[in-house]
Design a protein around this ligand. Sequence first.
Ligand SMILES: Cc1cc2nc3c(=O)[nH]c(=O)nc-3n(C[C@H](O)[C@H](O)[C@H](O)COP(=O)(O)OP(=O)(O)OC[C@H]3O[C@@H](n4cnc5c(N)ncnc54)[C@H](O)[C@@H]3O)c2cc1C
Length: 594
Amino acid sequence: MDKNNVLKGGEFIIKDVAAEEVFIPENFDEEQQMIAQTCDDFLEAEIFPNLDRIDAQEAGLMRELIQKAGELGLLGISIPEEYDGFGQSFVTSMLASEAMGAGHSFSVAYSAHTGIGSMPLVYYGNEEQKQRYLPKLATGEWAAAYCLTEPNAGSDANSGKTQAILSEDGSHYILNGQKMWITNGGFADLLTVFAKIGNDRVYSAFLVESNWDGVVINPEEKKMGIKGSSTVQLFFNDVKVPVENLIAKQGQGFRIALNILHMGRIKLGAAVLGSAKRTITQSINYARERKQFGTEIANFAAIKFKLAQQTIRTWVTESAVYRISDNIDKTKEELMAEGMDRENAAIEAIAQYAIEDAAMKVFGSETLDYVVDEGVQIFGGMGFSAEMPVDRAYRDSRINRIFEGTNEINRLLISETLIKKGPKVGINFKEEYEKIVSQADSFVAAHVDETDPLKIMRSFVKKAKTLGLYTIGAFLEKNPKGFVEEQEIMSALSDIIMAIYTTESAVLRTEKIMALKSFEETEYHRAMSETYLYDSSFKMKKSAYDIVGSSLKGEELCNALRIIDSLTIYKPINVKENHRFIANKLIEENKYCF
Ligand SMILES: Cc1cc2nc3c(=O)[nH]c(=O)nc-3n(C[C@H](O)[C@H](O)[C@H](O)COP(=O)(O)OP(=O)(O)OC[C@H]3O[C@@H](n4cnc5c(N)ncnc54)[C@H](O)[C@@H]3O)c2cc1C
């Protein structure tokens, strides 16, 4: 493999990639499609008919469903074959997460078990620990949970008080503390618990069996959504944890916790896709059934606009999520070729893309919230009825902006990581900024006379990258030392960074599809991409204005606005026709069909 083809984390801000290099969902092979189909069949047979029973937390039901998923091999997709799993690629595990993502509370239980619950052991456990526990987790004989959050340690996760003291004979740790909001906690058999050994300032990670003496499980929390998902507080009262159950080394727990969260974030980006596509299909179905003013509401342009926007944002999320997932697989292969062991390579590859992982969490969760909100609106009064599916979708979506790190924390992480990491991958923000300022007069709205849609889109993405470098540089000029306090600006920078990644992903996917199909066959893809780019141009301009407006004045500000204007202009498009065109296809197919 040519090493230079895979961009390193964050490099997209400055480097380009050829369309043929990126993975697009149209590239899924037969085996991957079969796995997704098995997930779909499982949801149809076991989950969708039982959603009310699941949300009522019928005793033992969720546990039984986890076990059934295990019997079908759906829990072992990312667990290596030697521990009774299937050792599939990261992209394949993301496809399964997407499919299962339509399963409401089950999806959350599934993600917690297969992701944050099992993966600390897969990536960091020793051979003996893996032999002991992984086959049970792969088959669903046991269920897993991840215990990081405490009542006084949420976003500030490392400030927890749970403590482990080594026993006098050195045979075990005595664990004391309290964990909160633990998904699957009501029935999980194996808990990954983060606690500080003695007076350590950072966590270590422990494998704790929930039936050990001293583990106390509180009653289920009453929640706004994902009501069927088990969420409890757990208490650890003098729990004896054998020293063999320490994961990795003393003091490595916080690093494990963070790296597992990077993985959880990108997986959330996949899970929201399943939910979004299902809600879009339900919205289309309803719009075709419901009649007002003598016609189906699907015939009203305002409804078509919503269906098209729901679809465009979902399609763009999908383009970006699988592009980065494939980069993770390729980076893992590269690291293994350099001699790194499989598990380290896998988690290092995910951590290397911390910026993109967080971006997919934020962008995906906000896409889903938009989709379900407009879903409720399309259903009108019926959307407010607890008997309609969009009611559950609406409530269940909201948690995605909170867990796996809130979207505020992830936004701060995106820009902060890029600013810190940039120089390490050869980006000199100061030099880039000065270059852009010196070339400002050459920035003209070059694509205004251009008619080739692909050229227009490519040119916009190029300018978007210049805008990203310019705004980071402009910000650093005024805040050379501290930026942590400037949260509004850091968040606005992150919005620009996410827009760059997502617009580029949409264009690359369109370009790759165009190479596979006739020009006419790609009309919908082009319409979705150009509409998304057009919309993004205004959002990016607003974010950039916010950034320079908060730190520049007078002539400096005027010059900055001129640069931003020329970098964010998009040739006006017929947005009205684009939305109608996309929606008509959805209505004709009566489902999400891209
Ligand atoms: C249903 C559910 C399931 C969960 N499952 C798990 C699980 O399985 N395991 C687990 O360990 N945890 C789990 N969590 C916990 C979850 O990860 C935390 O709730 C989340 O990280 C936020 O922490 P917090 O609730 O303490 O909010 P807080 O940290 O108190 O945040 C409150 C608000 O302040 C903002 N804020 C906080 N710090 C900053 C800052 N530095 N700058 C700007 N804004 C800030 C936040 O963005 C948020 O808007 C779950 C939570 C829920 C609700």
